[in-house]
Design a protein around this ligand. Structure first.
Ligand code: DX5
Ligand code: ZN
Length: 219
């Protein structure tokens, strides 16, 4: 079951100029991208540190986009309430950081938000199987999380194909998102694999014509 014919484009503000994130949010809107991807990093789950719930709340008035929060943090359950109040629409956390992932997915949904689960390149899809009925988004990391500007790991796209197959066989309806190293050529491969959402940071914020890039990434 193809949920979406053309993928959603989710620029990541990790690659933007942090001294002017309001401008980055407006650029995402003006480019016609549907989601604004917020990479939250705590310096523990990943070796980088970015921003927290207040950044999402401060950006909220500057954007019409869906706020797609990606928690690359230990103890994500501690951050979820503040992002719920801070204007997040989607909240995705890492399986590797949450023993009680089922409970956390349920609590995000109970808060009226879309619940997402993400896996790093070394985590197999099989570890997600019992959670898939409770997820609105599955975020497949196609780089090792922590930094933008990395090269996509091609083997990770096989996970997208597996998730498409499982979704069809079990009549589930999660969106499959890919995140890391997405450019025009890897976007084509991600679309072929069946990705519904393409997260892109470096390529978007370095593009001279962002609207044209969004159209090309959609294929
Ligand atoms: C990496 C982040 C990605 C990253 C994507 O840990 O989760 O969202 O910002 O950036 P690019 O497109 O530069 O790989
Ligand atoms: Zn991300």
């Amino acid at each position: 079951m193809d949920l979406l014919k053309r993928p959603i484009i989710a620029p990541s503000v990790l690659a933007a100029d942090f001294s002017d994130l309001g401008r980055a949010a407006r650029e995402i809107d003006e480019a016609g991208a549907e989601w604004l991807h917020l990479d939250v990093m705590d310096g523990r789950f990943v070796p980088n540190l970015t921003f927290g719930p207040k950044t999402a709340a401060d950006l909220r008035p500057h954007s019409r986009a869906i706020f797609d929060v990606h928690l690359m943090t230990e103890e994500p359950e501690k951050l979820v309430p503040a992002f719920v109040n801070g204007g997040a629409d989607n909240i995705t956390f890492h399986l590797e950081a949450a023993v009680h992932a089922h409970r956390l997915l349920e609590s995000i949904r109970e808060a009226g938000k879309k619940a997402g689960i993400s896996i790093v390149p070394s985590t197999p899809v099989s570890l997600l199987e019992d959670l898939l009925p409770f997820a609105d988004i599955v975020l497949v990391m196609t780089v090792n999380p922590g930094f933008g500007g990395q090269k996509l790991i091609p083997q990770c796209l096989e996970k997208v194909k597996t998730l498409v197959k499982i979704r069809r066989e079990r009549s589930l309806d999660y969106l499959i998102s890919v995140d890391g190293g997405i450019n025009l050529s890897t976007a084509a491969r991600a679309r072929e694999a069946g990705a519904d959402v393409l997260v892109t940071g470096t390529v978007f914020f370095n593009a001279p014509d962002k609207a044209a890039l969004v159209r090309e990434l959609r294929g």
